[in-house]
Design a protein around this ligand. Sequence first.
Ligand code: DHK
Length: 147
Amino acid sequence: MTKPIYVINGPNLNRLGLREPEIYGTTTLADVEKMCRAAAGSNPVEFRQSNSEAQIIDWVHEAIDKGGGIIINPAAFTFVSIAILDSLKMFPGPIIELHITNIHKREPIYHNSLVSKVATGVMAGFGAEGYPLAMRAILTMVAAKAK
Ligand code: DHK
């Protein structure tokens, strides 16, 4: 049974496409989900978004028990949530931290990711296209680990 890839999105990403389009682009989260599923092919995907830190942590716990890999855009929680960091530390598979924007080119408040301390890989600045890129990368990581 192929384990699903969990794609977990944090706060305000439900408004992607409407939210500061000059920064985050006009692609909606629904479009991003379609891009992820297309890139995943037959591999199952669990695509989630929440504005709640507790819900994100619960989904990471679900992935610990059921998932093969995690792609996570924690959004603003990236920089402040030790609780999400601690939950990700328990995940046995590959984790890709993803940001639509290049957080290192932005305001200093966006420069210090806590999640990067546990992520297998980090992607930032590829726009919405980063999601299918991350999906292809994590599927390669999962396959390599399975050998
Ligand atoms: C999304 C957010 O909501 C911001 O809080 C991050 C990230 C950047 C992104 O680029 O996807 O700082």
